[in-house]
Design a binder for this molecule. Structure first.
Ligand SMILES: [Zn+2]
Length: 172
């Protein structure tokens, strides 16, 4: 991250508020993948990016005083950047999952957002309900038996973790 605090889409591009989710949302997934591989150096309190710096960028540089969020100062607000700035802000505020949760809220408590799932970008509880619903349905278009029954998959710890706050920091 450059000194602006927000993410760029790639090298030599300018910082952009919407990458707060596109980039920051990837870090919980990497964190989880590395944890599963037995990486012992992983933090149990924070993702592998400067969560405070990202919150500063979003809160100080991406807010339109009359509402909505934006790419960068000087740009106009829009629904797309409002969504992904807020989603990235949520990722930056919440580390972990339901078992291990660590919050870092920059500024006042009213800045606090609900956790969002880094893959589906909806509340983790909604992801859990959706998974429960769809795992009970038969596999469409076939007489073939699925490899695993819905019950099997529901007891799969991976399926469980997918439904947690960030799906990645399952250290315990
Ligand atoms: Zn953008």
């Amino acid at each position: 991250m450059r000194f602006e605090g927000g993410f760029q889409g790639r090298c030599n591009k300018l910082v952009d508020g919407c990458y707060s989710f596109w980039q920051a949302g990837l870090l919980p997934l990497l964190h989880r993948a590395l944890f599963k591989e037995g990486e012992s150096e992983l933090s149990r309190q924070r993702w592998m990016f400067e969560q405070q710096a990202l919150q500063e960028y979003i809160l100080l540089c991406c807010q339109n005083p009359t509402g909505g969020l934006l790419d960068k100062p000087g740009k106009s607000r829009d629904f797309y950047h409002t969504c992904y700035c807020l989603s990235g802000l949520s990722i930056a505020q919440h580390f972990g999952n339901t078992d291990l949760h660590h919050e870092m809220i920059l500024g006042m408590e009213e800045n606090r957002l609900a956790p969002t799932h880094p893959v589906y970008n909806i509340c983790p509880e909604k992801v859990a309900r959706a998974l429960q619903f769809f795992l009970r349905l038969p596999v469409p278009g076939g007489n073939k038996q699925p490899e695993a029954s819905a019950e099997d998959r529901q007891s799969d710890p991976d399926a469980d973790n997918d439904a947690t706050a960030s799906g990645s920091a399952d250290q315990s």
